[in-house]
Design a protein around this ligand. Structure first.
Ligand code: M6R
Length: 635
């Protein structure tokens, strides 16, 4: 997630920008830059050296001109690698306008083409740069900076917060936003703007939040807020607790990064889906670097990954086989390396990794390349080692994940792999444009369904309260419910240190049932294959297990209808579910997803909340669980 800071009316503008950039470092970044108004042009410096970028940038600004107005940015690469050329601020062709951006401009390619035809020179691979050239065109036609920003943002599809300065208006910062937060602050004769409050603390006495599709003109101690059409609106004042310190501010009001990241999941999956459809509805995966012919030649897919990424890969098996009809094997990366896998040039090997650096997955991909297979990395870090070395990449756009327990990246991986599955199906012709469109529409509903699932936290908390004291857990599911069960068990053991096993429900009676006794908790993901699941739940229940059911709203509705209609033949299964739900000790309902292979994205949410709730009640440090590291670069 990029970080933005801007200031005007400040004799020490550069120092204020650096202070803000350092406070924004926690968001994760791979490059950084600043721009200052300097006479009749803007002065700019940028650095791309990973997390050393702000230090490098500082060294590069030793001879910066004095200025009272400037903008700064830490970039988390999405479009274009983490290079100095792609770092923000971006400049127009005249060197008089500079702009920083957080978010994704979905229609950047279609906006850029006519600009390039009219002679604008693009110097980066970013989706952002188009904005500064659009502003340039508006200003060369006589518009002031604020009007030019409003006109530009009216043409944009996607999510953004942007901040711009222009040398012709040295005491002005213009900012606008849609779906990406931006805070404005006024101090004594100064005006500031930032992507989060941590960069502003202690520098202002009045704070304002910008709403969607609003633009703010910030001067020294002044502000004016308008709609994108230019109609003036009242600024939305917000209260910032003076007791907040920078670390608390970085948590955004959450107690820890894990819960912050769990609540960022709707945004993470929405961003991962942005920009994937061309105007004719066809799926576009820019970084895949595989031609449709190469895809058609693939006769087997092998997914390699570890931990939560492996579980996302397991879900992808169902999606790819369902839509693209290609056989898929999913393998723990550390296992693939030390056997003799049958891989060849018609095998596509997909490495799934939040960090893109996990050694086992990296080496499995290298092994696959040596064997002649085509490789793809699904990574949250642009230009991670896996993404650089693989033939192609698909990026999840979850923003940096700080907590060791993966949550938002896991959801974003499932969604990215769903898009891959649909793209494979499109190129192989196994489903038509209408089918692809319908599936993409259902994917687009997932952010609000995840939001809905998060809104039911109280239900999960009540279950966590009731389960406190239990030591042994089994998570069971069938079909796509099975990887959900595995992920629920992994989350629980990782942060609560409780014994938790994930099993395909049908396997219970082949051994694990021997361990079930009064006090054992069985968490059952009921959908799909509800009837089969109910038999397994009954087996556990009969041995005294405490049963928690995760049930979709559709099942709940069906059970209610069936109960009302008595046991008609069609309602028999639903009645059985109603009976089981009544017999279960606890039931957690989740929003209904119409396409079953997409359901894990929503069903895993209450299991994350349950693990989190239990770990917190046990007094554990959820962000830094014992014995575990965020990125595992050893075997
Ligand atoms: O960075 P990666 O996705 O390759 O990491 C894989 C696993 O180490 C990771 O998912 C781990 O299992 C998490 N701690 C799970 O919450």
């Amino acid at each position: 997630m990029c970080g933005i800071i801007g200031v005007t009316g400040d004799d020490g503008a550069l120092g204020t920008l650096f202070d803000g950039l350092r406070r924004l470092e926690y968001r994760g970044y791979d490059s950084a830059g600043v721009a200052l108004v300097d006479g009749d042009h803007v002065w700019r410096a940028r650095a791309a050296d990973g997390t050393r970028s702000v230090d490098d940038l500082h060294a590069a600004t030793a001879d910066a001109p004095p200025s009272r107005t400037g903008i700064g940015h830490t970039r988390w690469a999405t479009h274009g690698g983490p290079t100095a050329e792609n770092a923000h601020p971006h400049e127009d062709c005249t060197g008089r306008i500079a702009l920083v951006h957080n978010g994704i401009i979905e229609n950047h390619a279609e906006l850029a083409a006519p600009l390039a035809a009219r002679g604008h020179t693009f110097t980066s691979e970013t989706d952002t740069e188009v904005l500064v050239h659009l502003i340039e065109e508006e200003m060369s036609g006589g518009a002031g900076l604020a009007d030019a920003v409003r006109a530009t943002l009216r043409t944009v599809r996607g999510a953004f917060s942007v901040v711009a300065i222009a040398s012709g208006e040295p005491d002005l910062i213009v900012a606008g936003r849609r779906s990406v937060p931006l805070l404005v602050a006024l101090g004594d004769g100064t005006g500031l703007v930032a992507s989060d409050v941590s960069a502003l603390l202690g520098r202002a006495d009045r704070y304002f939040a910008l709403d969607d599709d609003q633009v703010v003109e910030i001067g020294p101690g002044t502000l004016r807020v308008t709609t994108l059409e230019g109609a003036e609106v009242d600024p939305t004042a917000v209260t910032v607790d003076p007791a907040w310190d920078v670390v608390a501010a970085q948590m955004d009001g959450f107690d820890d990064f894990m819960s912050k990241e769990i609540h960022e999941q709707p945004r993470a999956i929405a961003d991962t889906l942005l920009d994937r459809r061309a105007s004719d509805g066809a799926l576009v995966l820019d970084e895949l670097r595989l031609s449709p012919d190469e895809v058609r030649a693939v006769d087997k897919i092998v997914v390699v990954a570890c931990g939560s990424s492996y579980h996302a890969g397991m879900v992808a098996k169902y999606a790819i086989e369902h839509w693209a009809r290609i056989p898929v094997e999913v393998e723990i990366a550390s296992e693939l390396r030390y056997r003799e896998p049958v891989l060849h040039e018609r095998t596509l090997v997909v490495g799934v990794s939040q960090s893109g650096e996990t050694l086992d997955t990296l080496e499995a991909l290298r092994e696959a390349r040596r064997a002649g297979a085509r490789t793809i990395a699904v990574s949250n870090v642009v230009h991670s080692t896996m993404a650089r070395e693989a033939d192609g990449a698909i990026y999840t756009r979850a923003g940096p994940e700080v907590s060791v327990a993966s949550t938002k990246c896991h959801l974003a991986q499932m969604v990215a792999l769903d898009v891959l599955a649909l793209a494979l199906a499109q190129w192989r012709g196994t489903i038509g444009p209408q089918g692809v469109g319908a599936a993409m529409d259902e994917l687009a509903r997932l952010p609000s369904m995840v939001e809905d699932a998060l809104g039911r936290q109280k239900d999960v908390d009540a279950v966590a309260d009731a389960l406190l004291g239990a030591r042994d857990y089994f998570f069971i599911g069938r079909n796509v419910g099975y990887p959900v069960a595995l992920e629920g068990a992994l989350k629980l053991k990782e942060i609560s240190y409780l014994r938790a096993e994930g099993y395909p429900a049908g396997e219970l009676k082949h051994g694990p049932l021997a361990l079930i006794e009064p006090g054992t908790v069985v968490v059952a993901v009921l959908d799909p294959l509800r009837d089969k699941m109910l038999s397994n739940v009954a087996e556990a229940s009969a041995r005294g297990a405490t049963v928690v059911l995760v049930v979709s709203d559709a099942t709940a509705a069906a059970t209610a209808a069936a109960t009302a209609a008595a046991a008609t033949a069609a309602a028999t299964a639903a009645t059985a579910a109603a009976t089981a739900a009544t017999a279960a000790d606890h039931v957690i309902y989740v929003p209904n997803v119409r396409e079953p292979v997409l359901a894990p994205v929503v069903e895993v949410v209450p299991l994350q909340l349950l693990a989190y709730g239990l770990a917190r009640r046990l007094g554990n440090d959820v962000d830094r669980p014992r014995n575990l590291a965020k990125t595992v670069t050893v075997e």
